[in-house]
Design a protein around this ligand. Sequence first.
Ligand SMILES: Nc1ncnc2c1ncn2[C@@H]1O[C@H](COP(=O)(O)OP(=O)(O)O)[C@@H](O)[C@H]1O
Ligand SMILES: [Mg+2]
Length: 235
Amino acid sequence: MSSIKIENVFTAYDKADVLMDVSLNVEAGKITCLLGSNGAGKSTLIRSILGLTPPREGRISVDGKDITGAATHKVIAEGIACIPEGRRMFPKMTVTENLRLGAFQVSDEALIRQRMDHVFDTFPRLAERRDQLAGTMSGGEQAMVSIGRGLMGGPRILLIDEPSLGLSPLYVKENFKIIESIRDTGITVFLVEQNVRQTLAISDYGYVLSGGKLVAQGSAEDLKNDKEVYAAYFG
Ligand SMILES: Nc1ncnc2c1ncn2[C@@H]1O[C@H](COP(=O)(O)OP(=O)(O)O)[C@@H](O)[C@H]1O
Ligand SMILES: [Mg+2]
């Protein structure tokens, strides 16, 4: 099982500072969440990990190996997969074709098939709709495709950016249950969200980001019961 360590990270776009002195641990085999409102810098932290917007200061490591500013394909090669905000389906491609894209670095056809079977076991609804065009599916089903696509790379760590965005409460519940079951297979999860209640319900540990700074952290249980944190940051 793998972990990520983020130490004193500062990230900026041009002259606009976004992340200021962010340090956190994504623990092996656990769900670690990062909560924060719109514009807090959550996606920027994911971009920093992936080398898309490298930090201008600080260190990011995976299982002790420094990946700060490494090219994205090298970060992925360390066993990290990202499920991006907004899901980014290819609407004119089928479910199966979208899933295959998640295994683009894999040439072993048997391995691809094995992972595809695993995704279809995890999401029976996708198995039923494997030949349907992704663009014609509901938001909740597209969220399943995007999570499935992440699993096709065989990651040890999954970064998930706001999977609940735009989903009905029922789909949020269903998808979060699946994220929990992914954790239970030994995959480390870093879950970035605005949906405080449902995210803390499945997380082991959480951090709160506000204005690019970490303002609170604790076990999900402690954060759930922290009235001050709730009042100050979760409205
Ligand atoms: N590509 C970009 N160029 C300049 N500023 C950006 C860019 N992406 C995001 N920002 C700014 O960085 C801040 C944090 O954005 P983001 O990380 O997307 O927040 P969150 O994911 O928490 O909503 C916001 O003020 C946003 O406007
Ligand atoms: Mg975001």
